[in-house]
Design a protein around this ligand. Sequence first.
Ligand code: PGA
Length: 254
Amino acid sequence: MITSLIVGNWKMHGTQAHCFDLAQRIAQNLRRKPARADVVLAPPYTALAQVKRVIKNSKIKLGAQNSHWEESGAFTGEISPVMLKDAGCEFVILGHSERRHILQESDIIIAKKVDAAVRNGLRPILCVGETLKERRSGRTAMVIARQLRIALKGLVKGGIDRIDIAYEPVWAIGTGQTATPVQISQVHKRIRQFLKRSFGAAKAGRVRILYGGSVAPDNALTLMETPEVSGLLVGGASLKAETFLPIVHCLSKN
Ligand code: PGA
């Protein structure tokens, strides 16, 4: 059985004090009531140290929202996987649609980042997903296959065991328009098929495939019960303990 994964992606939100407080509320709750899933918090870089301090004696893991592909060098403004490891991160979100579309990251750049993260002992959460235009023109499967093929091509041997994948339709992110269970399971099944063809059934079966895009307390359980969904990547609803915790505990009600 795969352990599910719930990730809070705080994006570019929160001062150090705010992030400290939010992490503390989440950690306190999870100490009283352990989650039936792995939980990762991905605060902005500036709050990594604060959040690390808060989650020290808890099962919550620390994640970053991006990383560079080189370990060090003349890359003004960038943060390397070595630095993230040093800051206490175990996970890193890569290929998020905001980085692909707003910051123009290409599939090749994302592939370099995935490879560098794995080589440096971080666990990438590789995001893939189609835009509304791509979906409407029937290109969803093709776009996701391309994103996966390029991102995973240069992976070191055994690297697939150290990766989680998140399907995040671009049109569902921050819009309140969650993809339907049918749409999600169709794409997740294709992702699983791709992984089987590339890495064999045993390895493919162990990869967690998360869904992300307008996850909220009232849809979390339905999403988690959707075939092939092994976790959730949560943006907006992860910014408040009152909305994130019910998502983290959605499986506990069963
Ligand atoms: P959202 O964001 O939950 O606010 O839609 C998800 C994400 O961008 O990872």
